[in-house]
Design a protein around this ligand. Structure first.
Ligand SMILES: NC(=O)c1c(N)nc(OC2CCCC2)nc1O[C@@H]1CCC[C@@H]1O
Length: 325
């Protein structure tokens, strides 16, 4: 490897590290100016030596020309949905069924239910190779080009593993507000909510539009059985995803009893407006994989998980500010 290629490899590694620190850990290691200086050096070297452009180079996040359409992708493992709970009685009913099936030595993991768009990401030997929407759970759309523009999605993992992960792509509240102001100024129809805005952004055929929408993501599952990675529980799996370089939501909590689950739900019912992203509920999952295997699945969702849905907020009709002059 000559000195030029050595420098290109070094710049790739540095920019992956700095990008992870900034976009995933929210703990910058260098100034924006330093990051941009290194990125511009890499762009210049790749221009001069295109044979040394790596597919997972940070310069490849915003792809080339707009697509004609989206290819269909059949998920290796179906992307399941969640059954719903709407009140304490539903939650206690869920808990009773769990206890009847597996006894009483179990615990739950509670997660914020991110109100975005479910996605699936495929990595081969640690390199991001394909990303898709959930679609109908079995067949989704290949939106790899658009997902590459999401800075929180690593193009290269910290370990060279071959893995498929699932998560939620979302648009932060502040980005949603700014986008709608811009759309109204341009005479475009504003998006109804951040979920629609995220979905609309990822369905764009031109990746430059998706790149401009400040999307992010939280990853919350491994496709297929996590045991293959030496993991025995959901909480361990989330920690493992973080060591690989994925963003996972830190507000999760291990709950020993359904009362603790209800306390967690009450806490986030209060805290919800202060979050920088929209959530539409709390996902409750039995933690240990052995228990998940025992409980199994219905046709479309796991028996070991439930989504508590917040009550739909009554729509406050906008009071038109009438000009009284
Ligand atoms: N939206 C979420 O934050 C979320 C989550 N935190 N955890 C899961 O667990 C999956 C894996 C097992 C079955 C559902 N799913 C989520 O969202 C799903 C995507 C499709 C339907 C649900 O909204």
């Amino acid at each position: 490897m000559n000195d030029i290629e050595k420098r290109i490899v070094e710049l790739n590694a540095l920019l992956h590290e700095y990008g992870h620190a900034y976009y995933v850990l929210d703990k910058p290691l260098v100034s924006d100016a330093e990051y941009d200086r290194l990125l511009n050096e890499l762009i210049a070297l790749e221009k001069q030596y295109p044979e040394f452009i790596y597919p997972d180079s940070p310069t490849q996040r915003i792809g080339g020309k707009p697509l004609e359409g989206f290819k269909k992708v059949t998920h290796t493992f179906p992307m399941l949905s969640l059954s719903n709970a709407f009140n304490d009685a539903d939650l206690r009913d869920f808990d009773r069924k769990i206890r009847q099936a597996i006894g009483d030595d179990y615990s739950y993991v509670c997660e914020l239910k991110i109100d975005g768009l479910a996605i699936s990401l495929k990595y081969e030997n640690g390199i991001f190779v394909q990303g898709a929407t959930r679609g109908d759970g079995t067949v989704g759309e290949d939106i790899t080009m658009n997902l590459k523009t999401i800075r929180a999605i690593p193009l290269r993992l910290k370990e060279p593993v071959t893995i498929e992960v699932r998560g939620e792509a979302y648009m932060p509240k502040k980005s949603f507000e700014a986008l709608n102001i811009a759309r109204e100024e341009n005479g475009d129809e504003p998006f109804a909510n951040p979920r629609n805005a995220a979905a609309g952004s990822l369905r764009q055929l031109d990746p430059k539009i998706a790149a401009s929408r400040n999307l992010s993501t939280f990853i919350y599952a491994i496709g297929g059985d996590g045991e293959a990675y030496g993991i025995d529980s959901h909480s361990e799996m989330l920690d493992y995803l973080e060591t690989l370089g994925f963003p996972s939501n830190k507000e999760r909590q291990l709950c020993a009893t359904i009362d603790d689950v209800i306390a967690f739900i009450n806490k986030w019912t209060e805290e919800r407006p202060n979050l920088p992203y929209e959530i539409d509920g709390i996902v409750v999952k039995v933690n240990r994989y052995a228990h998940q295997d025992e409980l199994g699945y219905t046709a479309k969702s796991p028996r070991w998980a439930i989504a508590y849905k917040f009550p739909a907020e009554e729509v406050v009709t906008k009071v038109l500010d009438i000009d009284l002059t």
